[in-house]
Each structure stands twice: as C-alpha cells, then as structure tokens.
Design a protein around this ligand. Structure first.
Ligand SMILES: Cc1cc2nc3c(=O)[nH]c(=O)nc-3n(C[C@H](O)[C@H](O)[C@H](O)COP(=O)(O)O)c2cc1C
Length: 199
C-alpha cells in the first residue's frame, strides 16, 4: 500500500474481530516498523509489551473499562451545542464505548513502555506501528485512558515501578470498513512565516 493511502486511512478502528488472530509474523512486521522510528539522541528507550495471553488481556480490558467510565461522564457533561458537532461526538462515543466494552477481547494489546519521561521519543514509533498495521489490514486505536490506573497495569504486566505505560493499543482485523480520517481543512491550520498568516 502507498504510504499516503496508509496515512489517510489510519483511523481509530475500535471494532475488531476477536475471532481472527494476528500472526506473529504480522506482529514482528509492525514492531519492526515501530522500531525504525527516531528517538532523542537515538537513545532507543522504548520497549514494547505485546500481550497475547487471554487472561492478561481480559484484566487489562477490565482496567480500561473502569478508567473509561469517568472519562465518558465528562463527555456527557459537555455535549456540543452545534447539532453536527454533537452528532460527531455521539458517533465517536458509541465507538469508544464499544472499545471500552471489548478492549480485553482484542486479539493483541500492545503497550509501549519507557522508564524515562520522554513522550516525544515514543509517539513517532507508535504512529509507525499503527501505519504498518494499516498497511497489513490490521486496525488499531491509540488509547491512553488506562493511565488513570497505571499501577494496576504495571502489576498485570510485571513492570517495574518506574515504568511508564504510554498507550494501550488494541490490534486486530476490523469488522467495519476503512475510511479516510475526517479533519479540518488543511488551509485552516497552516500559517506561513508568521502566526495566522494564511495563503
Ligand atoms: C493521545 C491520544 C489519546 C487517545 N486516547 C483514546 C482513548 O483512551 N480511547 C479511545 O477510544 N480513543 C482514544 N484516542 C483516539 C482518538 O479519539 C481518535 O484518534 C480521534 O477521535 C480521531 O479519530 P479518527 O482518527 O478515527 O478520525 C486517543 C488519541 C490520541 C491521539
């Protein structure tokens, strides 16, 4: 797949088929792509915990579901007044609720971990991973809500106390269709030379 098509169509794919496995070959391919990403000073702090064990996935799924509930309530408290924006938010929340109910059933959960607080050396690799997954027809969602229960996640994965679990990324074959990510018009977010100078 052309890299631009992969970029355009890499979206939060929250509905995954729990019955279709992800192969080790696919996992090594996407982790290899992730591992190509840059890090500050090429320090390569990042480690990946690939969770395939059903019991551990289920426990992470429970943690995620509990963390999602208060986040969800906050969204309910601020429904946009514009009907179109409200409908968009409602659609996103239906999909996010589905993920919260089924996170633990995703065929694989991937957790990027460092022991240094360097997010800018984490997320280039996470994006590489998600793009490579897309190119193989695998859906992913970047989620961070589990971080409200970081200690519990560390316990499930046997991580040291200083380990930072940056994301919880479900991976699997999506049940829905791939579509292009909806974003604001590009011209509205690009300024030339000085702030708010558009072309
Ligand atoms: C830093 C970050 C954290 C996110 N955390 C969550 C999360 O905890 N749960 C979730 O369902 N989606 C999460 N998302 C996914 C976003 O909601 C999603 O990327 C956004 O709504 C755009 O969706 P789209 O790419 O499908 O258009 C997160 C995305 C980012 C970049």
């Amino acid at each position: 797949m052309d890299v631009f098509e992969a970029i355009r169509t890499t979206r939060a794919m929250r509905r995954l088929d729990p019955t279709v496995p992800v192969t080790d070959e696919q996992l090594w391919t996407i982790l290899g792509a992730a591992h190509c990403a840059p890090s500050g000073g090429n320090a390569q702090w990042l480690r990946w915990v690939v969770v395939t064990d059903a019991e551990r996935r289920a426990r992470l799924g429970e943690i995620y579901r509990a963390c999602w509930a208060p986040v969800r309530r906050r969204y309910d408290d601020r429904v946009p007044t514009d009907p179109e924006a409200a409908e968009k938010q409602a659609r996103m929340l239906r999909s996010a609720d589905h993920l919260a109910e089924h996170m633990g059933e995703a065929p694989v959960l991937i957790v990027p971990v460092t022991t240094v607080d360097e997010p800018s050396s984490v997320f280039p690799a996470v994006q590489n991973l998600m793009l490579a997954a897309r190119a193989l027809g695998l859906g992913t969602t970047l989620t961070t809500t589990h971080r409200h229960a970081a200690d519990e996640v560390r316990e499930v994965l046997g991580l040291p106390p200083d380990a930072i679990t940056w994301a919880l990324i479900p991976v699997g074959v999506p049940t829905g269709r791939w579509g292009e990510a909806r974003r604001r018009p590009l011209e509205s977010v690009v300024y030339w030379d000085t702030w708010e100078a558009t072309r």
